[in-house]
Design a protein around this ligand. Structure first.
Ligand code: PLP
Length: 482
């Protein structure tokens, strides 16, 4: 593509994105397509000869767009936010234009040095201790895997890296501890690290769904007595289901007493710590060995961008370092080479979008948006509590509400069975999502089926949360019970 053609279509694409963001509310939030509909429109045979950009963009609009679930929609309340923003999108465009591979300092000094600088800005914004050094990973899953591998290597003194897991068998299985509410990425990481899913020990949770430190202490002691080797504990700050908060202080003390690597998964909730009034969610973080949180979830930065902080970069690099001749440079002793800080060799220039976002909004602007989301969550919870037939099913410390429709809430008639309640709430979920007006998801807490609404999109305002509440209350299922 010659530069003039690129310029023409580049302008068209930027105009399209601007119009899209401005008018995103006209789309159904959840794509209404059935499985196979997109595939059915894509030729089975690859293009032998090149096609015009006009034809490609036409198909983008006609084939791809209907199959998009609009994560940027202000009434997207599902899963967790994957928000973005103007400055972030522009930085992604520039980064794509530069085509940088940030694997070594030499392969783009600016990419490495900017990453070091913005990660330290984030460290300060979250109030993390000075000893933490940051690196950007693609996702929290990867960051947690890195933490697990560091834990494994620290315990085995790098023997597993050198000799393989089979050399370790007779010494006993390495054990990892995380609450029953921990994210599935912990189990995935345990499997990939070769530790075995059975060696992930689920720790019970309290009534607020936070990890119970007494159970942790007991399980670690029992494991030692049985010949297992306690290796790592993963605490979650903001669980996926209900943003429950594991207590870092007592978990850290247990980790220190038993020599465990202490990793904190704050994928969604970590962003909230930029608010002085929310810093308490990371109380006890001084004792952690590593922490991950995702600016791509709740800091207006395009997917993907996971901030991984580690107190022992030397353990990280000793775990991941490889040095084939072709990657050696004369400056290796003087500079940071992020290829040694994780799994990938090639790395995207993600620091650029973070830099644009942090500078464009400033801490004040970011805090203002997050405060609004937190206060909207409290308001929504209030509507639930005040209503005659909806009830909250978990505390709401942050931006996520777990709730259900219960027409017999507080009533003198016999309660509905858990199965009936689940059926009603599934029907509501299907109905509101199919309407295209909102998209929410579900979860289960201690076996109970919950509707789940998470507020964190860049463009979500009070009117959108109100519209969600109206969609739920106005659903056919709810109306039939009234
Ligand atoms: N940890 C928690 C607590 C999460 O909620 C999630 C996402 O839902 C993850 C980890 C995984 O995040 P990622 O998609 O960045 O791997």
């Amino acid at each position: 593509m010659d530069p003039e053609t690129f310029r023409r279509f580049g302008h068209e694409a930027v105009d399209w994105v601007a119009d899209y963001l401005q008018g995103v509310e006209r789309y159904p939030v959840l794509s209404p397509l059935f499985p196979g509909e997109v595939c059915g429109k894509i030729p089975a045979n690859f293009p032998q000869t090149g096609e015009s950009m006009e034809a490609i963009l036409k198909d983008f609009r006609e084939i791809i767009l209907p199959g998009i679930t609009h994560w940027n929609h202000p009434r997207f309340f599902a899963y967790f936010p994957a928000n973005n923003s103007g400055p972030s999108i522009l930085a992604e465009l520039l980064s794509a234009g530069l085509g940088v591979n940030a694997m070594l300092w030499q392969t783009s000094p600016a990419a490495t040095e900017l990453e070091e600088a913005v990660m330290d800005w984030l460290r300060q914004m979250l109030g993390l201790p000075e000893g933490f050094r940051g690196v950007i990973q693609d996702t929290a899953s990867t960051a947690t895997l890195c933490a697990l591998l560091c834990a494994r290597e620290q315990l085995s003194q790098f023997q597993i890296n050198a000799e393989g897991l089979s050399s370790w068998c007779e010494r006993g299985a390495l054990r990892v501890y995380a609450s029953q509410e921990a994210h599935s990425s912990v189990e995935k990481g345990v499997k990939i690290a070769g530790l075995g899913a059975r060696n992930l020990v689920p720790i019970s949770v309290d009534d607020a769904y936070g990890l119970d430190p007494e159970d942790l202490e007991r399980r670690v002691r029992e494991d030692r007595e049985r010949g297992f080797l306690p290796c790592c504990v993963v605490a979650t700050v903001g669980t996926t289901s209900s943003t429950a908060l594991d207590p870092l202080q007592p978990i850290g003390e247990i980790a220190r007493r038993h020599g465990l690597w202490f990793h904190v998964d704050a994928a969604l909730a970590g962003s909230a710590a930029i608010l002085p009034e929310m810093r308490w969610i990371l109380e006890g973080i001084e004792q952690a060995d590593s922490l991950v949180f995702n600016p791509h979830k709740w800091l207006f930065t395009n997917f993907d961008c996971s901030a991984f902080f580690c107190r022992h970069p030397q353990t990280l690099t000793a775990t991941f370092s490889i040095l084939p001749e072709y990657l050696k440079t004369d400056l290796d002793r003087q500079v940071t080479n992020f290829r040694d800080w994780g799994i990938q060799l090639g790395r995207r220039f993600r620091a650029l979008k973070l830099w644009f976002v942090l500078r464009y909004y400033g801490l004040d602007g970011l805090q203002e948006r997050l405060r609004e989301h937190l206060s909207l969550a409290q308001e929504f919870k209030g509507w639930i509590e005040e209503s005659a037939d909806f009830e909250a099913l978990a505390p709401v410390p942050l931006n996520t509400i777990c709730f259900r429709f219960n027409p017999r809430k507080g009533a003198s008639q016999a309660a509905l069975s858990p199965e009936d309640l689940e059926g009603l709430n599934k029907a509501i979920l299907d109905e509101v999502n199919r309407s295209g007006r909102i998209f929410i998801t579900h979860t289960r807490l201690k076996g109970t089926f919950c509707l789940r609404l998470c507020i964190g999109q860049t463009q979500t305002r009070r009117e959108h949360v109100l519209q969600a509440w109206e969609a739920l209350r106005g659903s056919r299922v709810v109306q039939e019970w009234r």
